[in-house]
Ligand binder design. Sequence first.
Ligand SMILES: NC(=O)c1ccc[n+]([C@@H]2O[C@H](COP(=O)([O-])OP(=O)(O)OC[C@H]3O[C@@H](n4cnc5c(N)ncnc54)[C@H](O)[C@@H]3O)[C@@H](O)[C@H]2O)c1
Length: 399
Amino acid sequence: MTSSMPAAEAVGGGRSARTRIGVGLIGFGWLGQAHSRSVARMPTLFADRVFDAELVICADTVPARIDEAVSDFGYAEAVADWRRVVEHPSVDVVFITAPNMLHLELIEAAAAAGKDIFCEKPVGGTPEQTRRAAALARDAGVITGVGYNYRWAPLVRYARQLIADGTLGEITNYRGRFFSMYGSDPLNPLSWRYLLDQAGHGVSTDLLSHSVDLAHMLLGPITRVVGTTHTFIPERPVIPGGTHYARGSADDPRAPVTNEDYAGMLCEFAGGARGTFEASRTIVGPESQMAFEVYGTKGALSWNLERLNELQVYLVEDALHTGYRTVFGGDRFPYHGSFVPGSANGIGFEDLVVIEDLEFLRSVAERRPHSPSFDDALAFVDVQAALLRSVESRSWEDV
Ligand SMILES: NC(=O)c1ccc[n+]([C@@H]2O[C@H](COP(=O)([O-])OP(=O)(O)OC[C@H]3O[C@@H](n4cnc5c(N)ncnc54)[C@H](O)[C@@H]3O)[C@@H](O)[C@H]2O)c1
């Protein structure tokens, strides 16, 4: 749907009239299923939404997933050829949840068909692909969204408020990390994530993108970086159809990992703060530490996905040396109460996907630019490109 076209047809009547949005989705794996569940759950969670989203058509190359999309998730149709999704007349929005190196081709086709596009992060597998995708969407005038779901965690948004209103004083230091164990087992099979031709870059694309995106939202742009990357597990078992969380055996044939397991960088922010970032998929210990720490002249805070419903806050005004206090998530923070009432009754990973889809589809229904958009994806890849240059030059690089 281009911005010059009327918003999708309104259903219902009077004050309760909602915009109908037809959803097509490409790639019915982990995140494809999460977004599909999210669309299906929305009516039960957000009675005040301004749209009604309909699961029209889904594409995947795995036959069992095609069947499941219709029988269990409620898609009207599911197919093997993704072109049918992009061309479908009842589809207003295309969700792209296929492996990274397919993103650009799918975006090009969806933009040419005038569909609004939600693409999972990082939007392509290389900085060059992200730049091309952003230009295509801009030229087509379609609304874009990116799956930087951690932006929507209610306590992350509260952290942003504490930084923006000056509660922490002048920000001096930032630490971002995404330490995941998903690839720590050398028998974890050689899925698309480990291959340059299917994923693009490794953790600098897969995990660091989330960390840097959150820093951009919380502190603003990064201007200079110096960094390093490494591949700790150079080959893995090859299992046809082996997924992200499967396990091979010592007898399986092996093939090389062709992108990086680790990325680390030191950086300077435009606002003057200094920061460090690390991302690893082979580290042992942290299960899924998508985490950040912010330090200012009047206080500090830290958040960790492993404890999604807790924010640690330190305020100098409390009286020095009394330590961090724990702020629990609860229905006094935006969105939380739609999932569960009260305080410290937690929400989860997929609830963040629901919130991001709600806000994206609201932007589509109201025909206004969305954030995070492909421009935010671009802001990340500019940092990533500087990191990759720094790895080559072994020196600081401007973003
Ligand atoms: N935001 C997040 O927290 C988050 C988490 C995980 C993955 N992701 C992103 O989501 C995307 C998908 O990752 P995933 O973990 O869901 O992968 P996945 O491997 O679980 O799913 C990918 C799906 O795409 C399908 N596919 C492959 N080629 C296809 C084609 N030509 N046409 C149609 N379908 C095709 C596969 O069969 C599979 O079902 C990636 O871009 C990834 O970076 C985001």
